[in-house]
Design a protein around this ligand. Sequence first.
Ligand code: BGC
Length: 732
Amino acid sequence: MNEPRTDITELSLEQRAALGSGASFWTTKAIGEIPAIVLTDGPHGVRRQSGNATDHLGIGGSKPATCFPPAAGLGQTWDPELVERIGTALGDECLSLDVHVLLGPGVNIKRDPRCGRNFEYYSEDPLLSGVLGAAWVRGVQSRGVGASVKHFAANNAEHDRMRASSDVDDRTLREIYLRAFEHVVREAQPWTVMCSYNRINGVYAAENAWLLTKVLRDEWGFDGVVVSDWGAVRDRVAAVAAGLDLEMPSAGGVTDADVVAAVAAGTLDDAAVTRAAERVARLAVRASENAVTTGSFDGDAHHHLAREAARRAVVLLKNDGDLLPLAPSTLAVIGTFAQHPRYQGGGSSHVNPTRVDVPLDEIRALAGDYDVTYTADASAAVAAAAAADTAIVILGLTAEEESEGYDREHIDLPADQIELLRAVVEVQPRTVVVLSHGGVVRLGPVAELAPAIIDGALLGQAGGGAIADVLFGVVNPSGRLAETVPLRLEDTPAYLNFPSENGHTVYGERIFVGYRWFDARDLEVTYPFGHGLSYTRFEYSDLEVSDDLTVLLRVTNTGSRAGREVVQVYASLPGSRVSRPPRWLVGFTGVTLSPGEQRSVEIPVSRTALTYWDVNTEGWVLEGGDYTVSVGASSRDLRLHATTTLAGDEIRVPFTRESTLGEILADPVAAPIALDALSKAAPAGTDTTALGTDLLRMLASIPIERMIGFSGGRVTRDQLDELLTAINSHRP
Ligand code: BGC
């Protein structure tokens, strides 16, 4: 990071404390030669407010900016290259709107479909979330604008979000909830990280030294600014001590005075205040030096990019009898979303779009001379459907049904929408459903009725055009679900532990989130993670896994249209020593092929993607063994499998008095030494070689210090300690 021109140590304590909190809702303070900078939402567009109309809930107005697909849509692209280009465009819009830090991306895991803010997050899978989040950061920061990866961490529900504690065990935190953040920090070096509102295992994120200092800085090497979520600081002094640098928004100087008083009283280290001030100053200098005020951005080009992204985000869920793509014909378009599209979520990320593509207009434009009738009147709609060649019914959730700030209580589509669909399908078998929603909805009833379904999730301001493009085959859909569509809410992993109760959320499903859960429980789902159909067909062949873990295969387009296939790589380790899901995503790539074309595809898999968090050594461990590597078109459409044998890391935890006999006898070095000692301690005449397997199994769970009592005093504490020293010193 650039060095500030002002020497921080020359600033008074009051000035240093002041640097650590906002000057206004969206700005930091200018002190000496350190300039003020502007931070604003994010993530899928720039919400630049001015004057007094400032808020963090999307209530006040903001300047027009391109509304790209929110993360719920972008996640379905599985396309980091595209996400990076969007990041670059967002960076350009920031420059033209005088914004120095854009508050995004959101890489929290979609733990439960009811979370009201799932639309702002990419996926239930940490690898997919991390890869897309890092791409977003790279794009934004390539323009000299800072990113703020959020909400750090374990912020997976809106209910009571400013108080509730996410009670999560270490392994689950590391493997599921921190992993995407770790990926973004290590791969893309975001200028800032935003700590979340909630507590983690009882400690507020803003006051969590383990999270903000040990993990984020000491382990991951983060050297930027930790900024609070807006209003997340309860105790600024505790937060500064834990590693928070910037409290937002302005607290009117109240908490600056708290910091000064705490240093004077000796309860806060002056060095912590200096450190925070230095980091904020470096950020401000870097951001303002990089900022080139452009005054405007290319709205047409960005709208075009938003349409490209929206096209790529659409998932073809079902297409019985190849009903899609539509040939020019008469159409009945049904549902208010056709005229008033739902394309983004509610709350702080709400963007004032530069323009909005209306699906009905876009469908009409592609239908040419054919009749396209539209009504919202239910009975007229059914009559129109009967008279047309094909009906298009747009279903979904309204903005009120899901938003930042509150969670959903169910995942059903409104009952009247299902009834309307039923009535339409009765008179028109050629019915296509288009879906618009932020969080997952129960699709069993829709899939039972409609022969074709396309899922737009939320597509941003150009979504209307993208929907028409997919319906008419202008593009071949290649989106993939980034989240499982369950049969029932009751089947989902956190069903009984969502949201918090009495201030605590128990993450009882542990690492079994999303498809990891459905696969481990062997539960039927409506559509699996990674699912998405195409208007063409792809065949996979010649799978190999190289020594450096590159997955190589050949993909052939055997259909009659050009298209993009998202090839997914999953790993599994049967017989693992720790509990693992049956398979987990370790890599993916997109490949675009013309009809008949085939191409070799290489997907690098990092060893990190195979590791588990070992709670004994508090580190990542690659377990040795025979890994199955599977490639396929979804988590439940695995086409080819290969086995690769990895040596794995040696983990050596010293044996202690608490170690069990079983643990010691399982160790090839320790076992003979222990058996020898056992035979010496046994009463004279005991034949220890006759210890049967069953007896050893029964004794296996006994911590060896209990042998003192069981041996009736023949084994002493000193002997035991000597034995442990001998064992530990013989192990490599
Ligand atoms: C949200 C953040 C947002 C901030 C500023 C908070 O309510 O949780 O995501 O960046 O407000 O609007």
